[in-house]
Design a protein around this ligand. Structure first.
Ligand code: MG
Length: 225
């Protein structure tokens, strides 16, 4: 019997639309206060180079936090920054990070939370997914919110699924992972014995297991798992 529903964030609940220009402008202004002179366009490019470096670490089962992320970024220009400064840079992304919500998330959470424990499980190097959900006032519908930087291990590693199950106090067989990535969400969940529901927005049917086009279909589908 399913007791807990665990949601991925990006591509499942929300689609990020951070205004990169504004964030880059603010970030280089802040760095200038540290005596670090970088053009916004160079910051922007270094940001994406750092994001690619982070993804290569995922292949080794490693996740970084925002301190490591921004120090890799400013390291490209031969500098270092303190935790306080990286926290501030991170805040520019959180403050400007209101995403497009893929469904009426609050209505869905209210509906599901009557019958299931609810968790967030996001591959994230920064606080944004958790903070944005809290700022919307939706944190109260979540029993547990996990970001991969919390433990330095990303999905699909079994350990982050087990960590989330432990916090939820449910067995793997009592939980279902809902996500849009077959590689990280679906295969990871199945490797620890959880159920999984793939969010297949394009209708490509690449996965033969439980599939929904949008998470609005979840309450009906969950009754039959
Ligand atoms: Mg996703």
């Amino acid at each position: 019997m399913i007791k807990a529903v665990i949601f991925d964030y990006g591509g499942t609940l929300a689609k990020s639309k951070a205004p990169e220009n504004i964030v880059s402008e603010k970030s280089v202004e802040r760095l200038l206060m540290e005596g670090i002179e970088v053009e916004a366009i160079d910051f922007h490019n270094a940001f994406f180079e750092t994001a690619e470096w982070r993804m290569s670490l995922h292949d080794e089962g490693k996740e970084i936090d925002s301190y490591k992320f921004y120090n890799h970024l400013v390291g490209i220009f031969g500098h270092e920054i303190s935790k306080d400064v990286s926290d501030e840079l991170e805040m520019y992304l959180v403050e400007n990070g209101e995403p497009d919500w893929l469904v009426n998330v609050e209505a869905l959470l209210i509906k599901l939370s009557g019958d299931y424990k609810i968790a967030l499980l996001s591959n994230a190097w920064l606080e944004a997914p958790r903070q944005i959900l809290r700022d919307k006032g939706w944190g109260r519908w979540f029993d547990v919110m996990v970001c991969s930087f919390d433990i330095g291990i990303p999905k699909p590693d079994a350990r982050i699924f087990q960590h989330t199950l432990n916090l939820l106090e449910v067995d793997a067989s009592e939980a279902v992972m809902v996500g849009d990535s077959i590689k990280t969400d679906i295969k990871g969940a199945i490797s620890v014995g959880m159920e999984a529901i793939w969010v297949d927005k394009e209708g490509t049917s690449e996965w033969k297991g439980h599939t929904v086009k949008t998470i609005d279909e979840l309450p009906e589908l969950l009754k039959n798992i």
